[in-house]
Ligand binder design. Structure first.
Ligand code: F0G
Length: 455
């Protein structure tokens, strides 16, 4: 098989400053060994997130120049709305400045004390916005999702029996059912079309709408095409339409599968919900034809949505992460398999068995990747989830490090470089030490905590 090459060539470049080991050691010490405190200029390969970090195309930059900044009724809005509805045929499309703004608006209307919102796995901003209203966020992902070696094709699926049970037992508390595609918090694993359709049928039988968190909808549709029986001959665009046809609305971060650097939307069919959302939008984001965005952002999203369903792109996109995943596996680095759509998740607890969870093996690995290679990744483990509201600590379910791949930004040689750095870190894994937290806030500590390596 020939190499699956980047299906684009490079017109504008951003230089990467190649730091030295000594420089990075000094930068780490100054940053309290927290990679969120490192300046992006001091990073060689930045895999912190795939959100808002895409390279825009010539078409998108052209669209930016066409952007119209009228306060009301901008043609940019109508191009944006048409591009969304080409893929997701919802009656009302309400722009927001990013995904969490759409979530905040939705849950300010349907949330509240006593309410329960099920999903496969809520992303942390979704959970946060639900809990901020006093409602409860419940994760009902299938059991396979919890086993990093289970090779099931759709580990993002919602457990349909548990969903049915929840709706039967406490249906009056549930305003809607959510599904996150792909399931970011569960390793970027996809949800099958059959699962989306059956979850919708169950929700509808109980009189509840299904709302899809569609951040990585195109990657999810590509996995459906590649893995779901009967879907292989279909176009990604048709699969995307089917995914959203089954649903009653969606939240979206255009910073992911729309190749935009900012933006999002809330889309629904329900007229009453839409009217309430627009009123809330005017209060918090802006007039309904721009949300929190400039007209040029809306045009960049419209162009990005046309490009994201390109199957050559999606083949290359998913292959990039598989490629890194295969090489890490060959090096004996344990990862979550199958590899997800937007990221490779490394199992730091298994990679560094000599570091107990409360000494943060994920943080230790993330720091080592920066120290030895200038790679910035993100701990998703005990640092992120281990602190309880009463101030005590418990190990997270897993200690993972996420290597999230920005879209169209890095080449295969960057991927090879990442693997080489892992090879070096793997050789010295027994030398890696745990970490101690020196200072931390009471909430969302991973962003600002300071660490010290244990001796
Ligand atoms: N839903 C999912 C599944 C997400 O992954 C994110 C963001 C959001 C909602 C919120 O969107 O950032 O535009 O407000 N995920 C980023 C990440 C931050 O790094 O995974 P937003």
């Amino acid at each position: 098989m020939r190499t699956i090459i980047e299906p684009f060539r490079i017109k504008v470049v951003e230089p990467i400053r190649l730091t030295t080991l000594d420089e990075r050691r000094a930068l780490l010490a100054a940053a309290g060994h927290n990679l969120f405190a490192i300046h992006a200029d001091d990073v060689i390969v930045d895999l912190l997130t795939d959100s808002g970090t895409s390279a825009m195309s010539a078409e998108q930059w052209g669209a930016v120049m066409r952007g119209d900044e009228s306060y009301a009724g901008s043609p940019s809005f109508y191009r944006f709305e048409a591009a969304v509805r080409e893929l997701m045929p919802f009656r009302h499309v309400i722009p927001t400045h990013q995904g969490r703004a759409a979530e905040a608006i939705l849950f300010s209307i349907v949330g509240g004390p006593g309410k329960v919102i099920p999903s496969n796995t809520h992303f942390d901003t979704t959970r946060g916005n639900i809990e901020a209203t006093g409602a409860e966020a419940v994760d009902l992902v299938v059991a396979a999702a919890h086993d990093p070696d289970d090779l099931s094709p759709f580990k993002g699926n919602i457990d349909l029996d548990r969903l049915e049970r929840l709706l039967t037992e406490q249906g009056e508390r549930v305003p809607l059912v959510m599904l996150t595609v792909t399931n970011n918090a569960g390793g970027g694993q996809p949800v099958s079309l059959a699962n989306i359709r059956t979850a919708a049928a169950i929700a509808h039988r109980h009189g509840k709408p299904l709302i899809i968190d569609g951040c990585r909808f195109a990657e999810n549709a590509w996995f459906i095409k590649c893995r779901e029986p009967g879907q292989e001959g279909r176009s990604v665009k048709d699969i995307v339409r089917d995914m959203f046809d089954a649903a009653d609305g969606m939240t979206m971060s255009a910073k992911k599968d729309a190749f935009a650097n900012i933006g999002g939307w809330l889309a629904v069919n329900d007229d009453t919900l839409a009217a309430a959302a627009r009123n809330r939008l005017i209060l918090t984001e802006g007039f309904p034809t721009y949300g929190g965005l400039a007209g040029r952002d809306l045009d960049a999203i419209a162009a990005g949505l046309r490009e994201i369903v390109d199957e050559q792109y999606l083949r290359y996109r998913v292959r990039t992460n598989e490629y890194i995943g295969e090489k890490l596996t060959a090096l004996g680095v344990p990862i979550v398999r199958p590899v997800g759509g937007h990221a490779v998740f490394v199992d730091a607890r298994r990679f560094l068995p000599h570091i107990p969870p409360l000494q943060y093996p994920g943080q230790s690995l993330a720091v080592a990747l920066y120290e030895h290679g200038g790679i910035r990744a993100c701990e998703i483990g005990t640092v992120m989830f281990g602190l309880r509201p009463d101030g005590t600590e418990v190990p997270a379910e897993m200690d993972l490090v996420r290597l999230a791949m920005p879209r169209r930004v890095y080449t295969q040689s960057h991927a090879d470089y990442v693997v080489e750095v892992f090879e070096e870190v793997a050789k010295r894994r027994s030398e890696l030490r745990g970490m101690r937290i020196v200072s931390q806030p009471r909430q969302l500590r991973h962003f600002t905590a300071r660490f010290e390596p244990l001796s």
